[in-house]
Write a protein that binds this ligand. Sequence first.
Ligand SMILES: [Mn+2]
Length: 230
Amino acid sequence: MPKQLKEHALFIADAHYPHHGEEFLTLLKNIQNSTIQPPQLFLMGDIFDLLFGHNDYIQTFSKEAIEHIQKLSKNIEIIYLEGNHDFCLKELFPNVKVYSREEQPIHYTLKDQDIYLSHGDLYETGFGYNLYSKVLRNKTTLTLLKPFQKQIINHRMEKLKAKKICGNFIGYEKRFDAIRTHYPKDALIIEGHFHQAVVHKNYISLPSLACQGEIGVIKEGKIVFERVVY
Ligand SMILES: [Mn+2]
């Protein structure tokens, strides 16, 4: 039996925290103080600009946000689909339902509609990317890198901070159509990763919190994009 998406569920994608603004932290604080009360919180990947498990140093960049998620996950249902910037998170968030790339897509229903959720880098990425993902998102690799962690992570964070991540994806139709071939025709596919905030046939490319400042919300049985204003 697929799981049910609930009314007022929130979908946060591609916040790329702690770079690109404070909206994500604000949102977590507003859930913490019950200004908003989502019955389900979907973190759709690339929530953090860089975060992975088996490493304490990387956590220091996003400590407050991490602690909020840990605390919130004891009271509300949080589903975290790992992205290409945030992975190996199961031990860090023991009360969150964390899905690695291999465990995606996850199947939900909304009324009678089948819904498939994934971060968005699952299909149509090529062999090189698949290999790179497997090697990088691996406990052994992360442990081997530990002696060099400060230099590597500092360097990486500086690069990421300056990176331009928002822009129109020219020709997205072709890519989204290719992804659509991996799913049943009558299902709805919801993904982040592309930062587009567009609906193409049955494919929903979620807004990036970092780029559009919007999140997805289930309202009257449909997913809508809303600006985060409090
Ligand atoms: Mn991504």
